[in-house]
Design a protein around this ligand. Sequence first.
Ligand code: F6R
Length: 265
Amino acid sequence: MEIIIHADATQVATRAADFITAQLGHKPDSVLGLATGSTPVATYADLVRRHQAGSLSFAQVTTFNLDEYVGLPPDHPQSYRSFMNKNLFDQVDIDLSRTHVPDGNAENPVEVGPAYEATIDAAGGIDLQVLGIGTNGHIAFNEPTSSLGSRTRIKTLTEQTFKDNSRSFEAGEFQPRLAITMGIQTILEARRILLLATGASKAQAVVDMVEGAITASCPASALQMHEKTTVIIDEAAASKLTLRPYYTWVLDQQDQIRDTFGNPW
Ligand code: F6R
């Protein structure tokens, strides 16, 4: 894993937007895997600004979101489809018909996962998957003890995730306990992975992911098996890492390798 530590969440967002911009520069018709949640909001806002400034186009991009709540119609204000439309899709030149979010309102939600996987395959697979991380180490809604070989399916949210996400729902409002989520194996098949984390509440999950054992108890630790994962975090989320000087040293060396031998993208 490549570990990049910035002073604060604003710098994390800028670096993440740089990363996504570079991906689209390299391949304008990229297939992007996208995350919701509070972490990527500033990154999406930065991408929107770049689009409005005329330097970034999503015209040829296809997207697949990681997950959606079961039981919320797409136009529900708390659905992940609404989140994506509001924070990114409605503000850029993307073709909405090429944006995919699992259908949490399907008559038979059990059939959604295999169909979603088939659509990802038909699009040629995911070039760059953006991820956040839960305080319990989940990626997408793959909660601790999820199979490391899992594919898109229905998952029951843990009490911790239910509580973490309750901030988006009004008191007394229906809050789903089930979600349809890409599996860990689905995520590992992306060609590149970009994981973002900010804030002290993510510090334990981050150290478990980067320096802990590969275990279903911390689903994000499965990313250790991925060849091209970049983790961009702020100081607070990095506060429990023990090998920090090494991560900085690795980045310095990579810069030198790039300067000498070119960008291995
Ligand atoms: C969202 C998702 C989740 C979030 C994670 C962190 O699509 O899949 O795994 O990335 O729960 O959420 P925030 O960013 O709100 O802390």
